[in-house]
Design a protein around this ligand. Sequence first.
Ligand code: ADP
Ligand code: MG
Length: 298
Amino acid sequence: MNIILKTENLSKRYGAIQALDGLSLTIPRGSVYGILGPNGSGKTTALGIILGAIRANSGSWSWFGEEPGPKHLRNVGSLLEKPNFLPYLSGERNLKIVADIRGAGYETIEPAMIKTGIYDRRMSNFQTYSLGMKQRLGLAAALLGDPEVLVLDEPTNGLDPQGIFDVRQLIMDEARSGRTVILASHILDEVEKVCTHVAVLSKGKLLAQGTTSELLKSADVIEIAAENTEILHAVLEKIIQVRKITRNGNVLELSVDPSTPMELITGPVTRAGLSPTHLVRRATKLESRFLDLIKGDN
Ligand SMILES: Nc1ncnc2c1ncn2[C@@H]1O[C@H](COP(=O)(O)OP(=O)(O)O)[C@@H](O)[C@H]1O
Ligand SMILES: [Mg+2]
């Protein structure tokens, strides 16, 4: 079974707010799967549903190719937005409680604390932990029982730069050791750095999903216009290097790989008897809809 999680048409409404709107995701085994979207786009709601903490209004999902049930969740470690621990108990004691609840062996506590860098402070009460240490304890809790899947909601929130680096490194190490990671983040840079796959969410809707290199790799935009837009469009859509055509009035905007030579575009156009009345090429780091989506959100 190479699909870890599949969701079909998940929807969730809170009163007038449609938090999730028909979300369908397919998460392959071994991926670091980023759910990328601005605040309020429905990431936490989606994770809450697949973890059985939030009830969906409609839609379905499967874990490991089966109807979701408690036995699957024992194989899924999660860190949701605010880790809930008991303030007057030590980090280690808190992890024992989590291990009891999850049915995870105590022998996984020590390695989890070492990996997340809180082992030295295992005897201190949770309330004395800094924000970064609290987040690390949450990560350690997610690792208890050696689950096959980690579900992490904004795991670098509130961390200092060193903490962010450490957590990203930890995620990549866990992925290398074979764990599948599902990571919700509003930080494009984080998803680009850490994730093999990405789903882009906006207002509860999926805009795109695929491998990170497919979706987020740099693209050039070529703006082109000619006297007959219909014929121009028909010619361009036959060019295999043209990833996408967006119509903007009588200008067509093509998304192409930066290595695509101009001649590959202009050749077929002139051979079709058209002469461009407008031709501009510009580089974009990301496809513009992702930029628009993320822009102004931080
Ligand atoms: N318990 C709730 N009651 C009402 N509205 C909620 C609740 N939880 C989330 N929402 C709303 O649902 C939308 C999606 O929220 P959320 O899933 O937290 O998004 P994200 O994690 O991407 O920031 C937002 O508009 C949010 O305000
Ligand atoms: Mg959230």
